[in-house]
Design a protein around this ligand. Structure first.
Ligand code: HAM
Length: 431
């Protein structure tokens, strides 16, 4: 029997890769002052149907449980986050800066970079509603990718704003009631034939001149060009400009580009929206989204009855994993963190176990032979266990010395037992 289509088995190697990514996410989040939380994997269906929008609702894994309740596996973390913050927001000082690493399930067609389950680094901030908060979230996203070894040549955050789009559509003369429909078309513009998109915009009541302006905003090289296309973007434009300035100040500017072609598919976004895409060999977008997010100032009010502005993003592990693999960044960095303790005869076992205990207490993953074997066989076992080095305990222990054999280059050195932990410190504990 195999795992279900779109679901993954994580054999130890894959689990080790996953853990390295999770460790990096946790490290980066705490560097930015975010703390970890979690929620239940199963929620009431209504939590998702209320505000996430039709795309995600179509993709829900939902069923009626034995108590006749309509339930769904979490397809995204944001509704749970809003529900939890809404329930206890008075207990926490603002800004609330929380992150989680949930496994999410979406019933979508499996394809390169999209599966039916994925893990998502999900970070959100409930604060005061400022451009500085938007910039801080995007800086966290950029930092998370940089911490994994990726740089400006590997990905780009496309930065946009639904508030800017509302201002632009108002300037173009599109009635507010049609804005949502235009967003749906803009969201798919890059994936759908031009004639089909134009027909949809036409059905929303836009004439040829208006459609041309919508396309000009989508394709504008920067905010100035977009403003020029519609005759000004007002306060929403200034807000976005401030986000850009803060990102430059935070050193993330080279990884971010204003791009109003992004509006995002989820229904609850109200302001700044952004999406990080992988760059192909030609440094062009290859359609694979690594992360996406935005400001959602009404969701907490709608779901929990508390008017609190919020901004956040989700970064999936699937496209990210592919990208790290392609760039040679997925594997171990440095020598494996495992130590194997070996000895040339059973008479040394007891003394060697003392070393095993000491190394384990110092935090090293330490293994040793569980049956009587010659030294050659033990070295083979060390190799099979993926050890970075072997500590050989023999006669010299009486004079306080052991041998350390490094598995990568087979180098062997004599080390004072007192200094063993220092010598082994060069092993990479993450592997
Ligand atoms: P999203 O754009 O739906 O946003 O997902 C964020 C990221 O999760 C995507 O860019 C992608 O890397 C990954 N992802 C989504 N679906 C799949 C899938 N089927 N297979 C593999 N990876 C996937 C949200 O989920 C928002 N709730 C993010 C957010 C948090 N907004 C505010 N706070």
């Amino acid at each position: 029997m195999q795992a279900l289509t779109g679901f993954r088995d994580f054999f130890p190697e894959a689990c080790a890769r996953r853990n390295r990514v999770f460790q990096s996410w946790r490290r980066t989040a705490s560097r930015h002052g975010f703390v970890e939380y979690d929620g239940p994997p199963l929620e009431s269906l209504e939590l998702f149907t209320r505000k996430s929008g039709p795309e995600i609702v179509k993709q829900l894994y939902n069923f009626v449980d034995k108590g006749e309740r309509e339930v769904a596996f979490r397809a995204e973390m944001t509704p749970t986050f809003a529900r939890m913050v809404g329930a206890r927001h008075r207990d926490f000082r603002k800004p609330i800066k929380w992150f989680a690493i949930p496994q999410l399930m979406r019933y979508e067609r499996p394809q390169k970079g999209r599966l039916r389950e994925h893990f998502q680094f999900n970070a959100d901030l409930v604060g005061f509603g400022t451009p500085a908060e938007d910039a801080e979230m995007i800086a966290l996203l950029v930092d998370a990718l940089r911490d994994l070894g990726l740089g400006a040549g590997d990905f780009r955050v496309r930065l946009s704003s639904r508030a800017v789009w509302h201002a632009a559509l108002e300037a173009i003369g599109v009635p507010v009631g049609a804005h949502g429909g235009v967003f749906d078309v803009v969201d798919k513009l890059e994936r759908v034939e031009a004639a089909q998109s134009d027909a949809k915009l036409g059905a929303l009541g836009l004439g040829a001149g208006e459609i041309a302006k919508v396309r000009a905003v989508c394709g504008a090289a920067d905010l100035g060009a977009a403003a020029a296309a519609v005759g000004g973007l007002g306060e929403a434009g200034e807000w976005l400009q401030e986000v850009v300035r803060s990102l430059q100040g935070l050193g993330a500017g080279d990884c971010v580009a204003v791009d109003l072609g992004i509006v995002r598919g989820l229904a609850y976004y109200t302001g700044v929206v952004f999406e990080a895409f992988a760059l192909g060999a030609d440094r062009k977008y290859d359609g694979r989204a690594v992360a996406g997010g935005g400001r959602y100032d009404d969701l907490l009010k709608n779901l929990a009855g508390v008017a609190l502005p919020a901004v956040g993003f989700g970064m999936g592990d699937v496209v990210l994993g592919q990208l790290l693999e392609e760039k040679g960044l997925a594997g171990a960095g440095g020598a494996s963190g495992r130590v194997f303790v070996a000895w040339p005869g059973e008479g040394f076992r007891e003394a060697a176990l003392g070393i095993v205990r000491r190394l384990r207490e110092a935090g090293f993953c330490t293994e040793y032979p569980l049956r009587s074997q010659g030294l050659g066989k033990q070295l083979e076992a060390a190799e099979n266990a993926g050890a970075g080095c072997v500590v050989i305990v023999g006669d010299d222990l009486a004079s306080g010395m052991v041998d350390v054999k490094w598995m990568a280059d087979r180098r062997q050195e004599r080390v004072a037992v007192d200094r063993l932990e220092d010598t082994l410190a060069q092993l990479n504990p993450a592997n």
